[in-house]
Design a protein around this ligand. Structure first.
Ligand SMILES: *Cc1c(COP(=O)(O)O)cnc(C)c1O
Length: 459
């Protein structure tokens, strides 16, 4: 299906005697025996931009966008929209790419909204999420005329109605619903997953109540219902069940209130391959299977086919990214563990520290060398928990080597911090052998930009 992917994997599998393969199709080994991403030699990228360095493969991001977009066109006659959930990676350039690929976006803060706005993203393709939108964020979203507010709670609903009224506008809204599906257990089950800070629950009647209430408000127009059942999910089942449960709810809304819900938003959460043992399903199959369920249930219930929205975040950008680091100290603690410290860490990728998320890594300057050592890749922050990968098999490593941690395109840059006053790394977009900077490296002056020494301290 995907020649680049297969080639890369076959090449590496051969070299490594079937021992391993890359988790991302964005990656290859070139003639110099260096790691290559988007046709760019990573050793050269490091010479040009330094480390740590986020590298993002533009071709793969675009390809992933197209898979979802084409699936929506093919399986649901285009009567839906794919939104890139931009909290996964938000920057002006990514909004440009996503716009060009014909997707919408979801934003969860004024900052993401403003970034998209400044990048010229069409506001009629923007959905505004979040469980505690501030008054200023609501004002900004109304001023910019976002397409949809996904309303989380009564407080917010009243705020949106009031502020829209003050501005002489009408806000188009949908509701974040807790459908009671736990997608994270192996046998996903329909449970009372009512204990979540997000949305209103079906099971206690709150969801129906807020919709009835909203239908009486003057400055909002009830358009849709939304759910997002989790993240890094590898099954179709939870999404099919969510579609069914939500459509039954839409049908019930119609029966009890006469309101016809036009839009069904089923969120994101499609799983990706972080490590070789992860086995994600084809991205387009989510839209294919959900479309089938939607058509079936609508027919059965005699309700109108809704406009469908899906919101992949991680699966659009994660595998397109890699982070390059330079190795510093290698500390072998006999019979315990070998720590390989790199020049980044939890400040640029907090996901191991937060969730013990697994990653794969490659030695950039010797990607095919025998994996003789088991090491733990640690960051440079003053935290014992500052680990990037625990116990990974790699070739012998020494100071000065370059390591690529793979599949870091989602929730890495967007979750990065300046902890320990470490400047954020730059982001470089690579495609067909060309690289362009899309986020500059922070410098020490950037760190000081907002610091103030009050006059009286300056004596
Ligand atoms: C985070 C989020 C997404 C995207 O989830 P991924 O796992 O990145 O695909 C989509 N919709 C909502 C409402 C979210 O909060």
């Amino acid at each position: 299906m995907t020649p680049a992917f297969l080639n890369a994997n076959i090449l590496v599998t051969n070299i490594m005697d079937g021992e391993n393969m890359f988790v991302s199709e964005a990656i290859n080994i070139n003639k110099l025996n260096h790691l290559e991403i988007g046709g760019c030699d990573c050793v050269e990228l490091v010479k040009e931009y330094g480390t740590p360095l986020y590298v993002m493969d533009e071709g793969l991001i675009r390809k992933n966008c197209r898979i979802y977009k084409n699936a929506m066109d093919k399986h649901y006659n285009g009567s839906g929209m794919v939104l890139y959930a931009s909290k996964a990676f938000s920057s002006m350039a990514i909004y440009k790419i996503v716009e060009q690929e014909g997707l919408g976006i979801d934003v969860v803060s004024g900052g993401e909204l403003y970034t998209a706005y400044k990048a010229g993203f069409p506001m009629d393709r923007v959905y505004f999420h979040g469980n505690n939108k501030t008054i200023d964020e609501i004002k900004l979203a109304l001023d910019k005329n976002v397409k949809r507010f996904v309303v989380d709670n009564f407080e917010e609903l009243n705020n949106i109605d009031r502020i829209a009224g003050e501005k002489g506008k009408k806000a188009n809204i949908s509701f974040r619903i807790k459908p009671g599906i736990d997608a994270h257990t192996h046998d996903f089950v329909q449970t009372g997953q009512i204990d979540s800070k997000f949305g209103v629950a079906l099971e206690n009647g709150e969801a129906l109540e807020i919709i009835k209430y909203a239908s009486k408000l003057k400055n909002v127009s009830v358009v849709g219902v939304h759910c997002h059942i989790g993240s890094q999910i590898f099954d179709l089942g939870p999404f099919e069940l969510a579609a069914k449960v939500m459509l039954e709810f839409i049908s019930r809304i119609k029966e009890e209130t006469g309101i016809e819900i036009e839009e069904l938003n089923l969120g994101g959460g499609f799983g990706i391959k972080y490590i070789p043992s992860h086995d994600p399903i084809e991205y387009d199959s989510y839209i294919e299977s959900v479309s089938k369920v939607v058509k079936g249930v609508c027919k059965e219930k005699g309700i109108k086919l809704p406009f469908i929205v899906m919101e992949p975040g991680r699966s659009i950008v994660a595998s397109a990214g890699a982070t390059l680091y330079t190795v510093g100290a290698v500390k072998e603690i006999k019979n315990v563990r070998t720590y390989v410290s790199v020049d980044g860490g939890m400040a640029d990728n907090p996901r191991y520290a937060l969730y013990e998320s697994p990653y794969d890594a490659v030695l950039v300057n010797k990607p095919d060398a025998d994996k003789t050592d088991v090491v733990t890749i640690a960051g440079k922050c003053c935290e014992s928990g500052d680990i990037l990968i625990k116990d990974i098999a790699l070739p012998a490593i020494k100071a000065g080597d370059i390591i690529a941690v793979l599949a870091t395109g989602a929730y890495n840059y967007s979750m990065s911090s300046n902890y320990n006053r470490i400047p954020r790394p730059p982001v470089v977009l690579v495609n067909e052998g060309k690289s362009r900077l899309i986020v500059k490296r922070e410098d020490y002056e950037d760190l000081l930009r907002n610091d103030i020494i009050p006059e009286d301290l300056n004596k």
